[in-house]
Write a protein that binds this ligand. Structure first.
Ligand SMILES: Cc1cc2nc3c(=O)[nH]c(=O)nc-3n(C[C@H](O)[C@H](O)[C@H](O)COP(=O)(O)OP(=O)(O)OC[C@H]3O[C@@H](n4cnc5c(N)ncnc54)[C@H](O)[C@@H]3O)c2cc1C
Length: 382
């Protein structure tokens, strides 16, 4: 197309979220030529707006709603998440940045014997997948987490879980990828992509880029990018919301979940609590996101039920953001069959936890290397 600046690269990555910049960093470190195009800011979508939980366990609400068959099919993904959390622990040292990583352990609390039975059934599946989980009775729960409501009769403790800071992590990783030689372009939106000779031609606003290989790391928009090359993906955007409280003295020492309702709750190093758990926000008719007040009330009620002291704490801000979701929750990582050179770097729902390993595995596959983890029972692409 006349008049457009043209660049060529070995590998083009669409999307400057955590998956895209983590992939770029590994590729650049391996000496590959890599360009990332991000239509907004680095980490400006889900990667910078999430609740910062580093999960290792099967989400309890989905264990109940999708069932044990789903949980068993999802369990092979758990070792991948465990490896990713281990990478989170090493990342600050590797890139010389404080990412707010704290592996405090996670506790799922239960209010009734029926809830406790479900917690135990889920823990059995997690243990079979190699996850360390300890069931807690009331006394053990009170000893470990005295801030939890006396009405909670027990729970499960997963020592490896924790948190990282979404406000800094993706940007810090992008800075590291740039130092390693990746070109990361912001404010550059991909508008079309087509197979072209031995590679792909990407048209962005104001420029076009020829690439031998393309990585689709566009999060909730990955389906739109894949459709440009005739590939249908089961990935969709789901609007969620998260709330932050005013700072309080150190109180909540773990990543807390509840079997009584959707909840993730943690207190950061700055004293503020982040409260979420997958509550929906609202998509307005004009396409913009808005906070859902009913979700906010229900989310806060679940939090206060688990930790009564939060009843005296002010919520400062609630924000909506879109998560990349798939029906079966399994990641889509690797080269798309029938589309040589077109790769996916997509980890749905818990892609903040899994960002580091998603980047590493995608880079290994792009480079034609054997991945560190066998993806055959993990990626929905395999
Ligand atoms: C409210 C909320 C809370 C969450 N809490 C947690 C949590 O506590 N723990 C956890 O593990 N996960 C959590 N998640 C999920 C997690 O945030 C995401 O799974 C993860 O960030 C996805 O990363 P990504 O890089 O794949 O996608 P994104 O961060 O969405 O990045 C994709 C990027 O692609 C760009 N893009 C899209 N189309 C184009 C285009 N045409 N051209 C150029 N660029 C394009 C977008 O602008 C975007 O920046 C949460 C998500 C939400 C929304």
């Amino acid at each position: 197309m006349a008049g457009l600046a043209e660049t060529s690269t070995d590998i083009l990555i669409i999307g400057g979220g955590l998956a895209g910049v983590a992939t770029a960093r590994h590729l650049a470190r391996a000496g590959a030529g890599v360009i990332v195009v991000e239509r907004g800011d680095i980490g400006g979508a889900a990667s910078g707006a999430n609740a910062g939980s580093l999960h290792l366990q099967i989400p309890h609400a989905e264990f109940l709603s999708l069932g044990e068959g789903w949980a068993r099919a999802f369990a092979p993904v758990l070792p991948l998440m465990r490896e990713s959390v281990a990478m989170w622990a090493r990342l600050p040292g590797e890139i010389g940045a404080d990412l707010g990583v704290a592996l405090t352990g996670g506790i799922l609390v239960a209010r009734s014997p029926a809830q406790m039975q479900a917690v135990a059934r889920k823990a059995a599946i997690e243990r079979q997948a190699g996850l360390e989980v300890h069931l807690l009775d009331r006394a053990e729960l009170a000893g470990l987490a005295p801030y939890v409501a006396p009405g909670m009769i027990g729970g499960a403790f997963c020592p490896g879980e924790g948190r990282a800071d979404p406000l800094v992590a993706t940007r810090a990783l992008a800075a590291a990828a740039r130092r390693d030689g990746a070109r990361i372009l912001t404010g550059v939106e991909l508008v079309s992509l087509a197979a072209d000779g031995a590679g792909y031609l990407a048209r962005c606003r104001g420029r076009q880029i020829r690439a031998r290989r393309v990585v689709n790391a566009a999060g909730a928009d990955a389906g739109r990018i894949a459709a440009m090359v005739g590939v249908r993906l089961p990935i969709e955007g789901h609007p969620l919301q998260v709330t932050v409280t005013e700072p309080l003295a150190p109180l909540i020492g773990h990543l807390l979940y509840s079997a009584a309702g959707k909840l993730t709750l943690k207190q950061g190093g700055n004293g503020r609590c982040l409260i979420g758990g997958g509550w929906p926000s609202r998509l307005r008719p004009d396409g913009r996101l808005a906070v859902n007040p009913a979700s906010l009330l229900a989310n806060m009620a679940t939090a206060v039920e688990a930790v009564p002291a939060l009843g005296a704490v002010r919520a400062l801000r609630t924000w909506p953001a879109v998560v990349n979701g798939t029906p079966d929750w399994r990641p889509l990582i690797g080269e798309v069959p029938g589309r040589p050179g077109f790769f996916l770097a997509l980890f749905p729902w818990m892609g903040f936890t899994a960002g580091p390993i998603t980047g590493l595995l995608t880079a290994e596959l792009v480079l034609g290397r054997r991945p560190a983890i066998d993806l055959s029972r993990i990626s929905a692409l395999a």
